[in-house]
Design a protein around this ligand. Structure first.
Ligand SMILES: *Cc1c(COP(=O)(O)O)cnc(C)c1O
Length: 388
């Protein structure tokens, strides 16, 4: 395909059509595939021939989604999983063995913290946390047995950012795999592999679906690394269903226009909140007051759809603000067409101690807003009346 622009590729990259000549790629809802003869079956199982065998391995819909995501992100190839957590688990389980160490950003998704703290710990895999805004913690945190550096940037919900180009060089120097959870940015806003990461992971559940309908995960990287992922995933079975892949591939067709609007709305919300007397602090990558504003500008196309605020008055003020919102949904999800408010301290990050929460910038008055695609006047109007 000769087109090179993101929007065009997201729409025009499609699986081969059947003899029915469908304009839009159909859903291949089949668990397995048949072979012309015994020899073809043998050749496919021996990896001497390319083709579909069984939907836990591959399927035209997952293949299309993977190819599209890989091209959009500048990766060689990828693997699709049933959820974002399945993508993170699969990546850790593929590359880590007993005795290995992970250096992770402190502010990671709640379930990622549980993986490191409770699940991989059982198998003798250790970890340390480093702060995104403290480069020396990364330099000094790499040990002899460090195998993976794992980073969420921008982080959830603190919206901290790290310089990916710098981190990529550090990881290369120490021969450590750099794995980025790129969920908040999507390939439209940030392309970690182009900046030096080895693997980029997405929860497709969020902005990639963008309409709060389905779960999905994607792992992207070089053909060599993805071969190892495939070796683990084929047999352990975290596969994405053809239906979800079909849905998510259609969602990618509108990712660019949706992200443009999410970002435009979110910036307006961040600017409004920044001047408000009841707001202690606002975090948004493209606000000049953000401590890593220059890095955000360098590595992100726009600031994303998430705005995090700290309201004066702690948990009581946060709850009251959320209860007074008329249009915003109270939900733990994000990246939906519908604007959503979450109180991290009592929901997504309730498993952390108060001290751990403060370390990742979550106060009792912290509220995370996922800014949707409603009209900006209605979004701002709802926030204004709730604060008043
Ligand atoms: C939601 C989320 C995940 C987990 O994805 P699921 O699809 O819910 O399993 C991982 N990382 C980040 C940053 C997320 O927001």
């Amino acid at each position: 395909m000769q087109e090179e622009n993101f929007e065009t590729l997201a729409i025009r990259l499609q699986a081969e059509r059947s003899h029915y000549k469908e304009h839009s790629v159909p859903l291949y809802l089949t668990s397995s595939y048949k072979f012309d003869d015994a020899e073809e079956m043998r050749a496919l199982f021996a990896n001497e021939k390319e083709g579909n065998v069984y939907s836990r391995y591959a399927n035209p819909n997952t293949d299309e989604l993977i190819e599209k995501m890989a091209v959009l992100e500048g990766a060689e190839t990828g693997w699709a999983t049933a959820s974002g957590m399945a993508a993170i688990f699969t990546t850790f389980a593929t590359f880590l063995k007993s005795g290995d160490h992970v250096l992770s950003s402190r502010s990671v998704f709640g379930s990622t913290h549980q993986l490191l703290n409770n699940i991989f710990a059982k198998w003798g895999i250790t970890y340390d946390y480093a702060d995104l805004d403290k480069p020396d913690q990364w330099e000094n945190g790499i040990k002899e047995n460090t195998k993976i550096i794992f980073v969420e940037t921008p982080s959830n919900p603190g919206i901290d950012i790290i310089d990916l180009e710098w981190l990529g060089k550090l990881a290369k120097r120490h021969n450590v795999l750099l794995v980025i959870d790129n969920c908040f940015a999507t390939p439209y806003l940030q392309q970690p592999i182009k900046l030096g990461a080895d693997i980029s992971i997405h929860s497709a559940t969020k902005f990639i679906d963008g309409q709060g309908r389905t779960l999905g995960g994607i792992i992207l990287g070089s053909a060599v690394l993805m071969k190892e992922i495939e070796g683990f995933a084929r047999h352990s079975g975290p596969a994405m269903s053809p239906f979800n892949a079909w849905l998510l591939s259609k969602s990618l067709e509108t990712l660019a226009v949706r992200m443009d609007r999410h970002c435009e709305n979110a910036l307006k919300v961040a600017e409004f909140l920044e001047g408000h007397a009841k707001i202690k602090r606002v975090m948004y990558p493209f606000l000049p007051s953000h401590p890593q504003y220059a890095i955000a500008k360098k590595q992100m196309k726009q600031g994303g759809g998430i705005v995090t605020l700290v309201i004066e008055g702690g948990v009581a003020a946060a709850s009251s603000f959320m209860d007074k919102l008329k249009m915003f949904s109270i939900s733990a999800n994000l990246g939906d067409t519908r604007s959503i408010a979450t109180h991290p301290a009592t929901s997504t990050h309730s498993k952390l101690t108060e001290e751990q929460r403060l370390e990742v910038g979550i106060e009792q008055g912290t509220v995370r807003l996922s800014i949707g695609l409603e009209h900006i006047d209605d979004i701002l109007g709802d926030i204004k009346q709730a604060l008043d």
